[in-house]
Design a protein around this ligand. Structure first.
Ligand code: C5P
Length: 220
């Protein structure tokens, strides 16, 4: 039976093309787009401001209790708001956040804090009459939506990923983040069994979008 609501999980390492691909697939298939990297970045930004380090899990858990989360729709993109405010792009992509986000994302209390919020994004997409949800991150197909209609894992070679970040004018420790993200105990970055793997090093964005759209139509 054709599902009335589609969920696409997109995982992959830093600069593997998740965001550009997910945004275009969202447009093509009328999906709400959620970038969960921005959730971890937002929480990192808040915890850095409060001066709580990732090594003190009890203090992190305590601080998180005082951060109310909500969601604001910006076109098709659902943005996380902390205490009623959506952090700016500069706040989320600063060098300080780039360097600190993976250690914070490895803290189980941080992942637990975001789990229900991320699952609930499907309800927001339904309430806003989207045909479905495309959510990108590191553990979407393995932990958040293992029941997704389609689970995609994106890869690209190291040179291509470094070029992408350079083209965005960003200084980002891609390999360092991937290493921490892949080796953490809770919800490590991994290609889940049965996921549709795409190496996009030599593909255009349009080709990747086409491949995902075809794969979705084979699933529904
Ligand atoms: O996707 P982006 O590179 O913005 O993600 C920033 C960081 O957030 C990742 O390096 C990772 O540590 C963390 N993250 C995660 N799980 C997700 C999404 C992001 O641990 N689902």
């Amino acid at each position: 039976m054709k599902p009335d609501f589609v969920i696409i999980a997109v995982d992959g390492g830093a600069a593997s093309g998740k965001s550009s691909t997910s945004r275009l697939v969202a447009e093509r298939l009328n999906l709400m787009h959620v970038d969960t990297g921005s959730h971890y970045r937002a929480v990192t930004f808040a915890l850095l401001q409060k001066g709580v380090g990732p090594d003190d899990e009890a203090a992190v858990a305590e601080r998180l209790k005082s951060i109310p989360l909500s969601t604001e729709l910006d076109g098709r993109s659902a943005r996380i708001a902390l205490d009623g405010r959506v952090p700016t792009k500069d706040e989320l992509r600063s060098e300080a956040v780039n360097n600190a986000v993976s250690p914070y994302a490895a803290v189980p209390a941080v992942r637990q804090f975001l789990f229900d919020y991320q699952r609930a994004q499907a309800d927001i997409a339904r309430e806003n009459n989207f045909t479905g949800l495309i959510m990108e991150g590191r553990d979407i197909g393995s932990v958040i939506f293992p029941d997704a209609t389609l689970r995609v894992f994106l890869e690209a070679d190291a040179a291509t990923r470094a070029e992408r970040r350079a083209a965005e004018g960003q200084s980002d420790s891609i390999e360092k983040r991937d290493k921490i993200d892949s080796s953490r105990k809770t919800a490590p970055l991994t290609c889940p069994d049965g996921a549709y793997k795409i190496d996009n090093s030599n593909l255009t964005l349009e080709e990747v979008v086409e491949e995902i759209a075809n794969a979705v139509s084979n699933c529904v």
